[in-house]
Design a protein around this ligand. Structure first.
Ligand code: PLP
Length: 387
């Protein structure tokens, strides 16, 4: 008799956008022009200095395991990165991980017991919910809207906290809304979770990508938070699979044992390459890209508003706009499929990010140049006018 997947895997939801991507690929194979606005990674290549550092390591032939916590040199670079923000973090609390995904797995895996509830925002990045489910924790997704910039705050946390609640997860700037939590709200939320004796996970993967505001790390307010970050987005290294995790001191031992057992170490090539992410020439290039993304954000935001999409707060960062399409549809999943079929524009439907208001919502990623977005907007306008 064939074995079945474990029960705890049943709650792991698929990415609905994958169906859309499959169809997009079929259409492309048939010669159709598809404009991708569903993709959560920048179109920019990895900066050259990072690539060169990776090649250099490969050519040395010394591609061996590193310590489970990561290369000391890279951990020090990250400690310096925080120091430049006025935050002192001992190197021992910094772990190099296979992406923010590896960091989330370590943070949640080291601190959750079966049945523990984790409060997070609806909408939010779907993998976070799935990690909790796999670890047999319970997700309590709390509907949030523009009144709290689509984030949890101290009051919401207090209101929903019960005896079985263990933790709070905040991702700012948010995927899918691009909104940044106010520094004061973050400070109060961290203090509230501290008072309640829970864990605070702060996913700061989009921190480098903020336009016109400042993203403040939760580490500024407490040394008891878990901070998740990554080289994927701002540093342009999605496919290299490297990120990092900062842990409270009492978790250092368990995180080290987990890293040793779960993946031994993060890719050695990626780690040596990532050291070059902090080189001055890379930083200049990354800042140039950030300025380009800010222009794209403005272009798309204004274009969508003109068309009649509702975007109550202008997103501050990441590369997403979460637009309310209620003027056009009550079924954003079908809207996205039809838009792809008829006009060759791919966007992500709200149901990938939660349930709250999901049938009205669409996520647009501005991970493509303005000239392409301009064509996408013309197609979108034609699609909206079709009836
Ligand atoms: C909010 C958020 N956290 C974590 C991740 C995972 O990123 P990584 O590529 O570093 O594993 C993503 C990827 O899209 C994300 O949007």
């Amino acid at each position: 008799m064939a074995a079945n997947p474990a029960k705890k895997t049943q709650g792991i939801s698929p990415f609905y956008v994958m169906d859309l991507l499959r169809r997009a690929k079929q259409l492309e194979d048939q010669g159709r022009s598809i404009i991708h606005m569903e993709i959560g990674e920048p179109d920019f290549p990895t900066p050259q200095a990072i690539i060169d550092a990776g090649i250099h390591l490969l050519q040395s032939g010394e591609v061996k395991y590193t310590p489970a916590a990561g290369l000391p040199h890279l951990r020090k670079e990250i400690a310096d990165f925080y120091q430049r923000q006025g935050i002192s973090v001992p190197v021992e609390r910094i772990f190099i991980t296979p992406g923010a995904s590896g960091a989330l797995l370590l943070a949640l895996g080291s601190s959750l017991n079966a049945g523990d509830k984790v409060l997070l925002a609806d909408p939010c990045y779907p993998c976070n919910r799935n990690f909790v489910t796999l670890l047999e924790g319970r997700v309590q997704a709390i509907p949030v809207d523009e009144t709290t910039r689509y984030h949890l705050n101290a009051q919401i946390i207090k209101q929903h906290w019960t005896d079985s609640t263990k933790a709070v997860l905040v991702a700012s700037p948010s995927n899918p809304t691009g909104t940044l939590i106010d520094a004061d709200d973050l400070k109060q939320a961290v203090a509230m979770v501290d008072d309640l004796g829970g864990c605070f996970y702060s996913d700061e993967i989009y921190h480098g990508l903020v336009y016109g505001r400042e993203a403040v790390s939760a580490l500024k307010f407490s040394d008891q938070v878990f901070v998740i970050n990554s080289f994927s987005k701002y540093f342009g290294m999605t496919g290299w699979r490297i990120g990092w995790l900062v842990v409270p001191e009492q978790f250092i031992g368990v995180i080290e044992r987990m890293a040793q057992n779960l993946f031994i170490a993060t890719s050695t090539v990626a780690q040596y390459a990532a050291i070059a992410a902090f080189a001055e020439e890379t930083q200049i290039e990354l800042e140039r890209r950030r300025a380009e993304l800010a222009m794209r954000r403005d272009f798309l935001y204004e274009g969508l508003l003109r068309m009649g999409f509702d975007i109550p707060i202008k997103p501050d960062g990441a590369f997403y706009i979460y637009a309310n399409a209620a003027h056009f549809t009550d079924n954003s999943g079908q809207f996205a499929l039809d838009l792809l079929e008829e006009e060759g524009v791919a966007v992500t439907p709200g149901k990938d990010f939660g349930e709250y208001n999901a049938p009205h919502m669409l996520r647009f990623a501005y991970t493509l140049p303005i000239d392409k977005m301009s064509i996408a907007l013309q197609r979108l306008q034609r699609f909206i006018n079709r009836e």
